[in-house]
Design a protein around this ligand. Structure first.
Ligand SMILES: [Fe+2]
Ligand SMILES: [Fe+2]
Length: 179
């Protein structure tokens, strides 16, 4: 896959994410059963598109920090998306002659710049092995903290419900296995 293909797949993903959320919001907003049912059908179809495009992008993903394959890829894709948002809002900011519209894009640009830094920080934490290995207890939902240098095979107990879990990796992602 060349750079253009990758860029176009990422652009497609961004559009389909937007579509999914658009239709999800509309199904909660309207109370006309016929419209809701059809919009929900379209939403599911858009969600399938996300899965299809993600499959292509996953196949091309580079190496990731151990146990964080999916999260790392998604954060990288989020970062690309936020870079695009900053770029477009900057362009719209410069194009407008309307002060109210300009203020809108200035605010959006600032927010998206913040999002860029959020994802850059998370990616850096993962790359440097500083990202917390904290997982929600599959039984009760409490946080189970494995230390940042914990590796597979480490066993920990939930402080709230007492369930015991071993840190394992399934398809590149950390998973808690009940023991
Ligand atoms: Fe954003
Ligand atoms: Fe628990």
């Amino acid at each position: 896959m060349n750079d253009t293909d990758q860029k176009n797949l990422i652009n497609t993903l961004n559009l389909e994410y937007g579509a999914t959320y658009r239709y999800a919001l509309q199904t909660t907003r309207f109370n006309h059963p016929r419209a809701v049912a059809l919009i929900e059908g379209v939403r599911r179809n858009e969600a399938d598109h996300i899965a299809l495009v993600m499959k292509r992008l996953e196949a091309e993903a580079g190496p990731a920090p151990e146990g964080f394959k999916s999260l790392f890829l998604h954060l990288k894709l989020n970062l690309v998306f936020e870079y695009e948002a900053v770029k477009f809002y900057g362009q719209y900011y410069r194009e407008t002659e309307d002060p109210v519209v300009r203020e809108t894009f200035r605010e959006l640009m600032k927010a998206e710049g913040g999002h860029v830094r959020v994802f850059e920080a998370l990616i850096q934490e993962l790359e440097e092995g500083r990202f917390p290995k904290v997982f929600l207890c599959p039984l009760c939902g409490w946080e189970i903290d494995f230390s940042t240098d914990a590796s597979t095979g480490t066993i920990n107990r939930c402080e709230k419900c007492g369930a015991r879990y071993e840190l394992t990796i399934v398809e590149g992602d950390f998973t808690l296995k009940a023991v």
